[in-house]
Design a protein around this ligand. Structure first.
Ligand code: 5GP
Ligand code: ZN
Length: 116
């Protein structure tokens, strides 16, 4: 755990969240400012600051995050109609929280690519 990281604090339950899914490696919770009827963030419990900092040693972790993201989308029943996954990276990518996270957005048509 990185003590000054907001999402590490959420994983540690020092900051409350609406938990959607949790296992040994992965944590998923509702976004505090939802942009769609379903807006969930899926994160590795391991602190990785951004996609830009994913290393060879993180291959398995990130594979699990993506597989669990698909599982959670099925759990939330957005898979058949469809959903969008987003990983924002660094400043121009719109990243605000520097603990890598996959946004799951669904429950309505998400429309064209955001912020073009
Ligand atoms: P980013 O822009 O870094 O990809 O996304 C960060 C996301 O984290 C935003 O959608 C924002 O609403 C969400 N967020 C920020 N602070 C909190 C918090 O304290 N709790 C929860 N559940 N979500 C948060
Ligand atoms: Zn963290």
């Amino acid at each position: 755990m990185t003590t000054d990281c907001l999402f590490c604090k959420i994983v540690a339950k020092n900051i409350p969240s609406t938990i959607i899914y949790e296992d040994e490696h992965v944590f998923a919770f509702e976004d505090i400012a939802p942009q769609a009827p379903v807006h969930v963030l899926v994160i590795p419990k391991k602190h990785i600051a951004s996609l830009d900092l994913v290393k060879e040693e993180d291959r398995e972790t990130m594979g699990v995050v993506m597989e669990r993201t698909a599982h959670i989308a099925r759990m939330l029943k957005v898979n058949e109609k469809g959903y969008r996954t987003i990983i924002n990276t660094n400043g121009d990518g719109g990243q605000v929280v520097y603990h890598i996270h996959v946004h799951i957005l669904g429950g309505k048509p998400i429309g064209a690519m955001v912020s073009r």
